[in-house]
Design a binder for this molecule. Structure first.
Ligand SMILES: Cc1cc2nc3c(=O)[nH]c(=O)nc-3n(C[C@H](O)[C@H](O)[C@H](O)COP(=O)(O)OP(=O)(O)OC[C@H]3O[C@@H](n4cnc5c(N)ncnc54)[C@H](O)[C@@H]3O)c2cc1C
Length: 382
């Protein structure tokens, strides 16, 4: 017996839940199945930082207030590789919500909206003329592959994995902090750059702490990954001994593939939608999941073309900006110049937050100001 669904979503992280929620929001009678290999609540290695931009996506999905019981994080402190510092209040607050809680809330909201949620691991996809067959048992007019960084759906759809040079790896843990610690802290590292450690207080006397670097830099150390990541975290945040350490890959957007094939759409990490400057992926996951859901409803006959158009409209210029900035950011001096400028000019700080955590772009005069500072710093050093 083959079951038929309008949309099958593989993966119940933010991308998958957003896709399922959007389909039901636009077409309540649609038959939507969400399959995840894990039962919820489940943990996910992440910094748990949800940017204000991600919160706006939750509003669009009809879930305002879903994280309002968590304390808003208004202050952000960043230290650049060369020691330039900025500490400022962000224009719109971020939130830190453990993924065990956040993802389970989204899955539960999807279930409440009529999405069928099942535990299962997808292993096989067969494209047919007007549907896709999953594991020989389930047929879908559209499949949304939202199965994360090591996406099986992406591989089965014939799309290549993210190249190592555009992949990062990060470890996160939890540490005790004073309950009134409310500064999100990021310490960038010259040694092994691009690399940084973070501490994101949750508001309950604990903080999510972690350390991440790119795969080529990790391989260049010639040492086991676990030893390097755990060691660097302990070294960089010596006063915050971390428990529950867990690591995962981050496929970054400069290595993104075509976001699907035929009736298969890729969203979130499965589409390599992680910001190469910050490692932020939850906002992109919610946004791309929502757009995949919209394409599945509005263009059921040819969802990929519609999805690509929507993604391009929402993120095209931004992704071209971050592609370019991530190349410039290979030089720690560029980041020093950007943070140095942000420390002096409020509008630059706001823009950096928008580019790093949202869909912001950089106006040419500002790019020129940072380039001037970069050059000036280089000349002074010379
Ligand atoms: C250490 C670390 C820190 C990070 N910090 C931040 C941060 O602070 N803020 C931020 O915005 N981003 C952060 N990110 C990135 C963020 O975690 C991801 O971008 C985000 O989780 C992407 O969501 P997703 O829904 O695409 O995938 P995921 O959240 O990975 O969900 C994928 C789901 O698919 C399921 N699945 C996998 N394979 C199958 C299969 N074959 N069949 C069925 N189900 C399957 C999994 O069980 C999982 O539930 C961090 C990443 C790491 C590794």
């Amino acid at each position: 017996m083959i079951e038929t669904w309008d949309v099958v979503v593989v993966g119940g992280g933010p991308a998958g839940s957003a896709a399922a929620l959007r389909v039901k929001q636009l077409r309540p009678e649609a038959r939507v199945l969400l399959v995840d290999k894990a039962d919820f609540p489940r943990d996910k290695a992440c910094g748990d930082g949800i940017a204000a931009h991600g919160r706006e996506e939750l509003d669009l999905l009809g879930l305002p207030g879903v994280i309002d019981d968590y304390r808003p994080a208004r202050r952000l402190s960043v230290v650049s590789p060369g020691g330039a510092r900025v500490l400022a209040t962000v224009a719109r607050p971020n939130h830190v919500v453990p993924r065990k809680v956040f993802d389970a809330r989204l899955v539960e909201a999807a279930r409440a909206r009529g999405v069928e949620v099942r535990r299962g691991r997808v292993r096989e996809l067969t494209a047919q003329a007007d549907h896709v067959l999953l594991d020989g048992r389930v047929a879908a007019r559209t499949v949304v592959g939202a199965d994360g960084a090591n996406s099986v759906v992406r591989r089965l759809a014939g799309l290549p994995p993210t190249p190592d040079r555009h992949t990062a790896i990060a470890v996160r843990g939890y540490a005790d902090v004073p309950a009134d610690d409310d500064v999100q802290f990021i310490a960038m590292q010259k040694d092994g750059w691009p690399a940084y450690a973070w501490s994101f207080p949750i508001g309950d006397g604990t903080a999510n702490v972690g350390f991440g670097m790119t795969l080529p830099r990790l391989h260049a150390t010639g040492r086991p990954g676990r030893e390097v990541l755990h060691g660097r975290l302990a070294e960089l945040l010596p006063d915050l001994p971390a428990r529950d350490l867990r690591a995962h890959h981050l496929p970054m957007s400069p290595g993104r593939p075509v976001p699907g094939a035929g009736r298969v759409l890729l969203a979130g990490d499965a589409a390599s939608l992680i910001n190469p400057l910050t490692g932020e992926g939850i906002y992109y996951a919610l946004l791309s999941g929502r757009l995949a859901g919209e394409a599945a409803v509005e263009a059921a006959g040819a969802p990929l073309a519609a999805y690509r158009r929507k993604l391009r409209r929402a993120l095209g210029r931004h992704l071209r900006t971050t592609d370019m900035l991530s190349r410039a950011a290979q030089s720690p001096g560029f980041i020093d110049a950007a943070i140095g400028t942000a420390a002096r000019r409020r509008e630059v700080f706001d823009l950096m937050v928008d580019v790093g955590l949202g869909a912001g772009t950089v106006p040419a005069p500002l790019a020129a100001a940072i380039a001037r500072r970069w050059l000036w710093n280089a000349l002074r050093r010379a």
